[in-house]
Design a binder for this molecule. Structure first.
Ligand code: AHG
Ligand code: MN
Ligand code: MN
Length: 335
């Protein structure tokens, strides 16, 4: 029985039985993400107030300097997921290798692995612009009770059992799917409760926004250049509007609500683009498809890519289906 003012907690319980494995574990997992989201939200919200900004001094595996909140969010999500005894492994954009949980306990029954981008769009923190957290959940492929292996993490995106993001924006929202549509919950900060505010989210059929870092234009492949020019052409519902926040979560969220396309193509400087398949592209692709959208690397479905390494990058084109189809057609035509 769905109801008005439904909380995330109530929603999780109500939908537990519709999940194909329905053991309650996935519900507990989403619950621990919900809790970590609130803790990180509290910290992100006061980022401007305390001396927490600036690089923490470390660099992550991609050679990028880490902001302190990246480190904080990474620790909190790992801590909350580890404490609850639900997951057997975690991989994070901020960690060089995956973390095995309870690997010495033969009796542990934990079946799920979680992959996270703990703080997405982190360069936006210093300027008070929305950031996010992205998560992706799989069932392990190796035997329960044994230590997790890399194979448990290197699964195709089509094997995801849940994925979602938290957007720390003008409101804080948790948006997720377990393969039965996409639902969005908004945090009431006064009482620390998420409420179902955006049930059954769908990309509008016709989108008119394109989101790409056009500063890289001269480095883009010809097909992408052609598509961008097409977006800017005066014809029918074009020119489209250009909107680029530089935080995938925020750009995706806006495009899903208003209708649009996000592109992070390969370029003459980055042969595989910038975004990470496992922490960013797969979860967003799962959400996009569950919301009637599409995600592609320009030639094939993101969710069909067999990953070969944890921190793998891929070109990413995602959004309203008709727009992604158009972009793919331009890429093909230029080959
Ligand atoms: P992260 O902060 O996790 O490293 O991710 C940043 C990503 C993504 O969120 C964003 O869309 C993209 O990088 C922006 O890259 P550019 O600054 O190169 O446009
Ligand atoms: Mn990111
Ligand atoms: Mn990040």
């Amino acid at each position: 029985m769905s109801q008005k003012n439904q909380t995330l907690g109530e929603f999780i319980i109500e939908h537990q039985s519709s999940f194909k494995y329905s053991s309650g574990e996935l519900s507990r997992l989403i619950n621990s993400i919900r809790l970590a989201a609130k803790v990180v939200n509290y910290e992100v919200n006061k980022a401007g107030l305390v001396d927490i900004l600036g690089a923490a001094g470390d660099t992550n595996i991609q050679g990028e300097s880490q902001q302190k909140l990246d480190v904080y969010a990474n620790e909190k999500f790992i801590q909350m997921l580890t404490n609850r005894n639900i997951v057997c492994g975690i991989a994070s954009e901020e960690e060089d290798d995956f973390i095995a949980i309870n690997s010495n306990d033969k009796n542990h029954q934990n079946k799920y692995v979680v992959l996270i981008d703990p703080l997405d769009g982190s360069s936006n923190i210093d300027v008070n612009v929305s950031v996010g957290t992205i998560f992706s959940v799989y069932r392990r492929v190796t035997e329960v009770g044994t230590p997790v292996t890399l194979d448990d993490f290197l699964q195709k995106g089509s094997e995801q059992v849940a994925a979602g993001y938290i957007i720390y924006g003008t409101s804080t929202m948790l948006v997720y799917t377990t393969g039965d549509g996409v639902n969005g919950f908004t945090l009431n900060p006064a009482i620390g409760t998420f409420y179902l505010s955006h049930p059954k989210m769908q990309f509008p059929k016709v989108g008119t926004i394109y989101s790409v870092n056009e500063g890289n234009y001269i480095h883009f492949p010809q097909g992408i250049k052609d598509y961008i020019k097409y977006c800017q052409m005066e014809e029918g519902d074009r020119p489209y509007t250009s909107r680029y926040i530089g935080s995938l979560v925020s750009d995706f969220h806006r495009n899903m609500i208003k209708g649009g396309i996000y592109l992070y193509p390969k370029s003459s400087k980055t042969s595989a683009g910038k975004l990470r398949l496992l922490y960013e592209c797969n979860p967003m692709a799962f959400l996009a498809e569950e919301a009637n959208g599409k995600a592609s690397d320009g030639a094939q479905r993101i969710l069909d890519i067999q990953p070969s390494e944890l921190h793998q990058r891929v070109p990413f084109i995602c959004g309203s289906t008709n727009m992604v189809n158009d972009a793919e057609a331009f890429i093909k035509a230029a080959q």
